[in-house]
Design a protein around this ligand. Structure first.
Ligand code: HEM
Length: 392
């Protein structure tokens, strides 16, 4: 009854969906002996876990990692970010940045995002060929979040290496990368303390909770979270969109004819190829999921990628259908930790797709080049996505 992750072939990494289906049917709440955690595959169970934050804690995941011998005390403190706190601290931290991420604030970035997308396309439009990932979907979100934070976009190759390492399954690489990121951000924070600017880092330094400023480890973990959370994910949303369109090229013509379909298509990409496949929670008190009793202290992994393919919630769940309504996917999570960057990810992707469809036609994936999945347990996407096109 135990799923053996060692048996998963590389090709299955980009198609875990038949396996998810089997697990939903046969072992919807499955103990993974090797990793010593429970993986939860059904939509209803996943939703219950993320809504019941008293039983399924985000903070305790971090508390477990605190025992990690490899980390220094300061590093353990820094590992605690918005993502890994429970109420009431969670709400206080979230309030500090929520204003910057409202749909209204984010809408003001439209001209700048449009400019970046056009500049990226100018660089490749004469070639008739581009790599959607390295030419567009990687640089776009990293430039946008760097400008919001107030860090030099010229350092973005470095950010890319760090972000990749942080989501990679190699613990040592991840620790090393977060050390380097912390010392990088320490330098920036020192500069902004002396000379505040009109950016998110200066705002965070100035902000207070009950009369107290954030500690340096808290500031650092905020910066790192914002840089990493938005990067890998939005890059993959745009890349995954083209994986979906590769299966159904006519969707691109439909969107060109009626641009109001673009936001619907993006929601369906989020459901069908969710950029974040898994979340992690630690069980705070004994509980039950389905017919499995689960004890306090155990780790539970809600599988968003599987919830989003659950036939009980989404009829014909394995069909990519941009007209699907309702489409209550959980690709951005749900409840108190619902992705704060969702409006940003949506607008970047909408502008990227709109401009690509306006300026390019006959966009086709170069099928001779095999798709290479990103090396990560949590993140779903491809490293490169070469396409050919004609100028519109
Ligand atoms: C939280 C997915 C883009 C910042 C989350 C969560 C998910 C998610 C599933 C919930 C985590 C949990 O419950 O444990 C995504 C996807 C994205 C995306 C699929 C793109 C397609 C972004 C962007 C930013 C961002 C652009 C910001 C620049 C955050 C932050 C949290 C979060 C700060 C923590 C919120 C909290 O704990 O209250 N994201 N994200 N994300 N995301 Fe995103």
């Amino acid at each position: 009854a135990v799923e053996d992750s060692r048996r998963i072939e590389p090709a299955d990494v980009l198609n875990p969906f038949p396996r998810y289906r089997k697990m939903r049917e046969e072992h919807p709440v499955n103990y993974n002996e090797e990793e010593k955690l429970w993986v939860v595959f059904r939509y209803d169970d996943v939703l219950r876990i993320v809504n019941d934050y008293n039983t399924f804690s985000s903070e305790r995941v971090f508390a477990r990692r605190r025992q990690d011998e490899q980390l220094t005390e300061e590093e353990r403190e820094a590992a605690r970010s918005l993502l890994s706190t429970d109420p009431p601290r969670h709400k206080q931290l979230r309030n500090l940045i929520s204003q910057a991420f409202t749909p209204r604030s984010i809408a003001q970035l439209t001209p700048r995002i449009t400019e970046i997308v056009n500049e990226r396309l100018d660089l490749v439009i004469d070639q008739g060929r581009m790599d959607v990932v390295s030419d567009l979907s990687y640089p776009l979100p990293v430039i946008v979040i760097s400008e919001m934070l107030g860090i030099p976009t010229s350092d973005r190759d470095q950010f890319k290496r760090w972000s990749d390492a942080i989501v990679s399954p190699h613990e040592e690489e991840a620790i090393q990368a977060s050390r380097e990121m912390r010392s990088y951000f320490k330098g920036i924070i020192d500069q902004r303390r002396k000379q505040p600017k009109n950016d998110l880092i200066s705002d965070l330094i100035a902000s207070q909770i009950d009369g107290q400023h954030l500690t340096e480890p808290e500031l650092l973990s905020f910066c790192i979270l914002l840089l990493v959370a938005g990067n890998e994910t939005t890059t993959n949303l745009i890349g995954n969109a083209f994986l979906c369109f590769d299966e159904q090229p006519e969707v691109m013509d439909q969107m060109r004819a009626d641009q109001s379909l673009i936001p619907l298509a993006i929601e369906e990409v989020l459901r069908y190829r969710s950029p974040v496949q898994l979340l992690v929670r630690a069980v705070a008190k004994d509980t039950q999921i389905g017919d499995q009793a689960i004890q306090a202290g155990e780790v539970v992994v809600p599988c968003l990628g599987s919830a989003n393919r659950d036939e009980a919630q989404f009829p014909h769940s394995d069909v990519f259908d941009i007209s699907r309504t309702p489409n209550r996917h959980v690709a951005f999570g749900h409840g108190i930790h619902f992705c704060i960057g969702a409006p940003l990810a949506r607008i970047e992707t909408k502008i990227a797709l709109t401009i690509m469809l306006e300026r390019l036609t006959n966009i086709r994936r170069v099928r001779e080049i095999e798709l290479e999945p990103i090396k990560s347990t949590f993140v779903y996407g491809v490293k490169h996505l070469p396409v050919t096109f004609k100028r519109a």
